[in-house]
Design a protein around this ligand. Structure first.
Ligand code: COA
Length: 174
């Protein structure tokens, strides 16, 4: 299968939004997606973008059943390790089901690694994956990813909603 991996443009945000929904459905959380393609455009294609994104595109003659040519994406942003320096966080990696098993996921992942190393000298790429998502855990393990929950006992934590509000409201006044 022919495919091209390229940096996403503002015009890709509708396709990215569609695939964010597909990925959310795959991880059984379709009602968790609150972000619109307009918000993605504003947050990712501005002077200080919050994220970068790569898309995988197939030629017109190989488009999906529904007529899409943008069939996968990798969504990432830069972070920083106080031990190691610049790092990159892969928020989403997704390939539409009918295009899987053709090297597109590997291509997207490798391209993120290449961009992060060349552009920001990143020393590691990290990501989270659900425990039941064995195909993806196997995919990452086969590429050499370490499972930090196993090797370092790391738990991924989050403050949101009222708990985040509470923290912010308790901040010392200037
Ligand atoms: C994980 C994912 C991105 C991989 O994409 P992909 O395009 O299928 O990846 P590749 O084709 O590069 O490699 C897939 C591997 O699985 C194998 N595979 C074969 N058929 C497959 C299929 N129908 N589906 C998935 N993997 C398949 C391939 O042989 C390959 O192994 P190899 O590297 O040893 O050859 C994709 O399966 C996906 O979108 N999954 C759902 C979303 C998800 O879980 N994302 C990650 C968490 S955020």
């Amino acid at each position: 299968m022919n495919f091209k991996i390229r940096a996403a443009t503002k015009e890709d945000c509708k396709d990215i939004s569609r695939m964010i929904m597909e990925l959310a459905a795959y991880v059984k959380a379709p009602d968790q997606v609150k972000i619109s393609h307009e918000e993605l455009q504003g947050d990712g294609f501005c002077q200080n973008p919050f994220f970068e994104c790569l898309v995988a595109e197939v030629p017109e003659e190989q488009k999906s059943k529904e007529g899409f040519t943008v069939v996968g994406y990798a969504f990432y942003f830069y972070t920083y390790s106080t031990w190691k320096g610049p790092t990159v966080y892969l928020e989403d990696l997704y390939v539409m089901p009918e295009f899987r098993g053709n090297g597109i996921g590997t291509g997207l992942l490798s391209k993120v690694a290449e961009v992060a190393k060349k552009k920001k000298q990143c020393v590691h790429l990290h990501l989270s994956v659900l425990d039941w998502n064995t195909p993806s855990r196997d995919f990452y393990a086969a590429k050499g990813a370490q499972d930090l929950t196993v090797t370092e006992g790391i738990h991924v934590l989050r403050f949101d909603g009222q708990n985040l509000d509470n923290l912010a409201n308790e901040a010392p006044k200037d």
